[in-house]
Design a protein around this ligand. Structure first.
Ligand code: TXA
Ligand code: MG
Length: 351
């Protein structure tokens, strides 16, 4: 694999005229040469390359170590770019674009002629989103092409929410990282597909079930049953892979804090170094080697924001085993639990 001195290109999100910022231009010059760079979006950092270049797409898969049957999301800065990317715009899609773009909603649409097979992994559909992040939009605009961008982590690891996380995973493999600080939403975009009047959630994320129902009407939003049921194949190829995994074994505990503490005490008595993933409200209730609050239980958006950072910090602490709390599956809690269940490989202990 090609090697690089990975540079960091700091950009202030609030700078005026970002499209002329030297670091935005630098990133876009690499993209024009069909290389790939990392950039912030409102959800997580993405690893971006020209969606029309097979070379760039191959570099994305290579740098991440991503299975080639897992398609990429194409990022646009202007709806005019849909021309050539999609062959038609299904019912309800217009409504969703009006309500949520720019924002954390990815819409799967019938693929147009101008999309590399490598982006869509041979599928007849293409996933598209317009990120709600001034730097991401400026880099797309400066590059002059739609950008394919998966999360900028090594395949299987938690997604990066800071430039440091990207550096940890991709140092030496890419020419640079546009550093725009911490991302806001913290979990990836919601991926949906519209068929007739129905909107199916293929991956829960920053836009919630409730947000979608509000726009397309109660009863018109479905969650792909393949996400929850291990016996069914999920419709989004990426959902079948192990993901977001910390280095140590991770198990979720569906019970009260006393029950979780008993499990921890047992392992510590056996000499193991234990981590606990908790919330601000409960952090003082636990004794372990490393107790990390992701955010406030009362405000699940803050948990989403810091979830991946919390999972990564157990690696630095070098724990042997991690126990984590569960969350109610409403609002952004659906996305939080989807990521936690994946990161725990489905391991849940019930009280
Ligand atoms: O928030 C996000 O969406 C971030 C930022 C960087 O934009 N990107 C991201 O990309 O999460 P990635 O590659 O990590 O996840 C893309 C997901 C995968 O689960 C993939 O299988 C699914 O989208 N996907 C892509 N194209 C699809 C298609 N045509 N049909 C169904 N699922 C698709
Ligand atoms: Mg990803």
């Amino acid at each position: 694999m090609k090697s690089f001195q990975t540079e960091r290109w700091a950009v202030d999100n609030f700078d005026e005229n970002l499209i002329k910022h030297p670091h935005v231009i630098q990133a876009s010059l690499w993209i024009k040469q069909n290389e790939v760079v990392a950039l912030p979006t409102e959800t997580v950092y993405g690893l971006a390359g020209n969606a029309q270049s097979d070379h760039a797409i191959a570099r994305i898969f290579e740098a991440k170590g991503r299975p080639s049957d897992n398609p990429l999301i194409v990022h646009i800065s202007d709806r005019k770019q849909l021309k050539g990317l999609v062959s038609s715009i299904p019912a309800n899609t217009e409504k969703l674009m009006n309500a949520f773009w720019p924002g954390p909603l990815t819409i799967v649409m019938p693929k147009g002629n101008n999309v590399s097979e490598k982006v869509t992994a041979g599928l007849s559909t293409v996933a598209i989103r317009m990120p709600n992040h001034a730097i991401a939009l400026a880099v797309i605009e400066a590059s002059g092409v739609p950008l394919a961008a998966p999360s900028a982590n090594l395949s299987g690891k938690p997604s990066p929410t800071t430039a440091n996380h990207v550096y940890e995973d991709l140092k030496g493999k890419i020419p640079g990282i546009v550093d725009g600080g911490s991302t806001g939403v913290g979990v990836e975009s919601t991926v949906v597909e519209c068929i007739d009047e129905k909107v199916t959630i293929l991956r829960p994320g920053g836009v919630t079930f409730e947000d979608l129902e509000h726009v397309v009407g109660a009863g018109n939003v479905i969650i792909d049953p393949g996400i929850q049921n291990e016996k069914m194949a999920p419709r989004s190829p990426g959902m079948k892979y192990t993901h977001y995994a910390p280095d140590a074994p991770f198990v979720l505990v569906d019970g009260n804090p006393e029950f979780l503490q008993q499990l921890v005490d047992k392992e510590r008595a056996a000499g193991k170094k234990i981590g606990i993933l908790t919330t601000d409200e409960r952090v003082d209730l636990y004794r372990a080697d490393c107790v990390i609050p992701a955010g406030r239980r009362e405000n699940p958006e803050t948990v989403a924001q810091h979830l991946y950072e919390a999972l990564r910090s157990f690696n630095e602490a070098g724990v042997d085993q991690i126990f984590g709390e569960v969350f109610p599956k409403t609002g952004v809690g659906v996305a939080i639990m989807n990521r936690l269940e994946k990161s725990a490989g489905g391991n849940i202990i019930k009280e």
